[in-house]
Structure formats: C-alpha cells, structure tokens
Ligand binder design. Structure first.
Ligand SMILES: [Zn+2]
Length: 507
C-alpha cells in the first residue's frame, strides 16, 4: 500500500480556494477545497492550521562543495576589529586539532582600518596553521606556521612574487588571488565519506529554510561522488542538480550516469568574465572608477557555441557566468549564431537597453540572478556610474518575457532564501538607484520555484499541481501579508520533499 498524506486547512499558493493537498508516495495526486480532503480517510492527516503552503524552493545557483568544505570554518563576517578577529580564531583553535580556517572578514569594517598580518594571527595562534579568507575570496592572511608549511617563507614559487604581501623585505602573510591556494591546498582534504557527511549537514540546513532542490554550480567530480554516496544510502534530504566545472566535465569517466530525480547532472558551468568587485567583469565601456579598464572577456562566442552544441547532443545545458554587459552580449551572440536552446546565463548583472534587446531577441532558456547582490554590492555606483541603473533589472527582464530564476550564490552570499526573496522585493541597498526593478512577492517566489524548475530542466517541480512531485513548504507567516522587509524573517514549519517529511516544527 502506498502512503497517503493529506494536508488540510491550508492556504495553497496560487489559489486560496484550495485548502487541501493530497500526497501519495512522492506525488501530489489532488489539490482542491475541503471536499477533496473528506474523500480520503484512514490516512495521515496534517492540519496546517490555516497556514500558507508554497512549492518547495529551488536555489538555482549555489556552490554546494564550497559550502560543505567551509561549514566548520570560523565565520568572521561582521567582525569589527583585529582584536575581535584574534579572539575568534584563538577560541576556535581550542576546539580544533588541525588547521584553523576562517572566512568572511572585511578590513573596511575594522576600527584599525588595515589588513591583518601574520604577526597578528601569531599572537592569537602560533602552534597551529591558520588561514583566514577575506569576504571577497580574493585575499587571505596566513599565520607563520601556515606559511612555513606551504614553503612560502623560504622561497616564493616563481610567478607568485607579486601575489605575496610584504612589509619592508619581510613577508607579512597577506596573500592575493592564486597565492591563497598555495597555502589552502596544504590543509588536509576530507575523505570522500567525510565530504559526504559535510554535504549532508549542509543539505539538512538548506531543507530547514524551505529549500527542496539546489543547483550546485562549478561542482567537482569529487563532490558528485560524495553526493552519489548519499543518494545510494538514501540520505539525500533534498534534490541536487549538478553543473560540473568544465575541468571536471572533461575528466569525467564514461561510466558516469545522468542520475535520477534526486541527484542528476544537468550541465556544465563556464565563466565568460569575472566580477564587479574585482573590476574583472567585461564591460562595453570602462569602469567609472578605473578609466581604461574594460574588465576581461574570458570566452568567445565561438567557444560558447561549440561547447553548448556538444552538450546539447547529450541532453545537457551550458550555464555561462556573464556579469558585465560585454560578456552578456557575447553569450547572446553565441545563442544567435549557433541557434542554441540549451544556454542559461548566470548573473546577467548589467543589461543596458541595447544588450537587453539582443537578449530578448536571442533568449537564453533561462537567466539565473542573485537578488542578494543588491544588498552586498552597495558600492556599485562607484564602479559603474550612471550605468548602475541598468544593473539587476529583474522586473524589466520578466516583463520582456525572459525566464528569470534565482539563487543565493552561497557561500558568497547567505544561503537563507528568505533573505534573497526580501532583497528581490526591497532591492536592498540599491533601492534608490532603480526602484522600478523591485519585484512583488509573487514574482520573487516564481523565480525561486516555477522559473527555477525550468532553469534546472525539471518538468515536475516548482508548482503545487496534480502530477507534480510533492515538494511542499508550510511557512509560519503569510508572505503576502507582511511588510517587504519582514519577508526576510519567514520560517518554514514543515518541509516535504517527494512525499517525505524532512523538517517539522509544526507540532
Ligand atoms: Zn556562483
């Protein structure tokens, strides 16, 4: 006998006349008014107390492997001084036997207004290696022991000289770009089983926010293998769609299968440019605060076109990271010239009218945006000047028929989807630059549900409808009844994935 669950006394997103959802095994088999509920007796009945039920949220762009690896790193976001930073790492060192790793600090927030050095870190911890990565991910500081283990104190490898900070002629422990890796690569890697456990912890946390599917970008084969372990053991609390890094896709063994409804490879992720923060996003006009710098285009339309074509033959899509208008234009040229139907654009951050027109004429099958950038990129106007009004044009994109999905980009941004949804409707710290681009809560939720299912090539996710997978979230507050800012505080009370209850604080 298959298991039947009836959710009654609900307010179902889409139509509040629907108060009842019937789930059989992994599917929704009926949705309707109270009379529907009455048809089913002697089953599991859950009275949700008049609360709103939404489809499971789909985070269409995050980095699961990094989230898992960084799970037990010290969180240094919001730290206000080097003294506070030292306290945080020395208390972590007391409970750690090996390396002490941290991330998220921003020296612009420090009272000292300077970068920390290895000598600062040595004062906190000198008997264990310490590495702390800045919030941007492009700068880190290591203590003396970590620098010694990486061999940098004796001799800086050739080509890295300009990436290692100095005071006078002494190395001060500050590392830039690829030099960060020189040290971090020396930290012990978790075994496959350990990685699987870490990923499991992260997925459970995501479920508690109401996320029932994630698209993991730039995934490695190692991450995929760890996920396979979880799938085989029946330990995947939520669904994972994998977009492999190009390097890992090329190395992938021929035996690789495309997976099932819980775990599957959906495509490959590549980078067409960098970021606004690092002034490496490719622009049509130079950076407003760095004249002469246009950023850097990393892929041509032909390389995008050829790769996307070869993937299309395997039923896979190509996710192209394109932030600057120059990069977005290159992707739309590739779509046009190669007639591509399997390209999604990650970010599409800057879309002035002429670029947007191209995008609308030669549509990617979806665009995946990160609304929380409107909170984090408070400095955007200094980089882009007047053009900043063409950044993060979610409302315009939607009104012009583009399929706009959303994701967190965690661990770059917080994983909590309610922070992203709130950012999409308030526009965070960019609210005065282009207020027209604010979304309604319905539009924001569509980016995290229906549109994200399209971005993930999932036909039966993102809707509460007969025949769809029973991925459902009961929330504590009605998203349509709150002030915009308060959406950030919404909490799920019951989360169901494929008919299985994975999170429950309802009773
Ligand atoms: Zn990303």
């Amino acid at each position: 006998m298959s298991r039947v669950i009836v959710l009654e006394n609900a307010r179902v997103m889409g139509s509040y006349e629907n108060t009842c959802i019937v789930v059989e095994d992994k599917y929704i088999v009926d949705v309707g008014g109270p009379s529907i509920c009455e048809k089913y007796d002697s089953v599991d009945r859950i009275d949700v107390g008049g609360r709103v039920v939404i489809p499971g949220l789909i985070d269409a762009h995050l980095h699961l492997g990094s989230l898992a690896l960084m799970h037990d790193w010290v969180d240094l976001r919001g730290v206000k001084s080097i003294e506070e930073l030292k306290n945080a790492i020395s208390s972590k060192a007391k409970t750690t036997s090996g390396w002490v790793l941290g991330r998220g600090w921003d020296h612009e927030l420090f009272v000292e207004k300077r970068l920390p050095t290895r000598w600062d870190l040595d004062e906190a911890v000198s008997d264990k290696p310490v590495v702390i990565v800045r919030i941007c991910g492009h700068v880190a500081v290591a203590n003396t022991m970590a620098l010694k283990l990486a061999g940098i104190l004796d001799k800086i490898p050739r080509g890295y000289e300009h990436l290692v900070g100095r005071e006078g002629n002494r190395i001060n422990g500050v590392l830039f770009e690829d030099a960060v890796k020189l040290v971090l690569d020396k930290a012990p890697k978790p075994s496959l089983g350990e990685l699987a456990d870490k990923i499991h912890t992260v997925l459970r946390r995501l479920a508690s926010y109401g996320i029932t599917t994630v698209h993991s970008m730039d995934a490695t084969m190692n991450e995929y293998r760890a996920l396979e372990i979880l799938r085989k053991e029946g330990r995947l609390p939520i669904r994972v769609r994998v977009f492999l890094s190009l390097r890992d896709y090329k190395e992938k063994p021929n035996t690789l299968t495309l997976g099932d409804e819980w775990l599957s490879i959906r495509g490959v992720k590549v980078f067409a440019d960098g970021s606004f923060g690092g002034r490496t996003a490719a622009l049509l006009e130079p950076y407003s605060d760095d004249p002469g710098n246009y950023g850097k285009l990393l892929l041509s339309k032909d390389s995008i076109g050829e790769l996307a074509r070869s993937l299309a033959g395997k039923g896979l899509s190509l996710a192209v990271h394109a932030i600057g208008d120059r990069a977005v234009l290159e992707v739309s040229k590739a779509i046009k010239e190669y007639g591509l139907g399997n390209v999604r654009i990650e970010h599409a951050s800057l879309t002035p009218p002429e670029v947007l027109d191209e995008l609308v004429s030669h549509k990617p099958y979806s665009i995946v945006v990160q609304p929380h950038f409107t909170v984090s990129d408070w400095w955007l106007k200094s980089r882009l000047g007047e053009r900043a009004k063409y950044a993060y044009m979610y409302k315009t994109m939607i009104s012009r028929g583009l399929v706009v999905a959303a994701g967190s980009d965690a661990p770059v941004e917080p994983v909590n989807p309610w922070l992203s949804l709130s950012a999409a409707i308030t526009r965070g710290r960019l609210r005065d630059i282009n207020p027209y681009e604010k979304l309604s809560i319905s539009e924001a939720l569509a980016m995290y549900t229906r549109n994200a299912s399209i971005a993930g090539l999932d036909k039966y996710l993102g809707n509460i409808r007969k025949g769809f997978y029973a991925d459902l979230v009961v929330v504590d507050e009605n998203p349509w009844g709150l002030y915009d800012e308060d959406v950030a505080g919404i909490k799920p009370v019951l989360v169901i994935v494929g008919g299985r209850i994975v999170y429950d604080i309802l009773h």
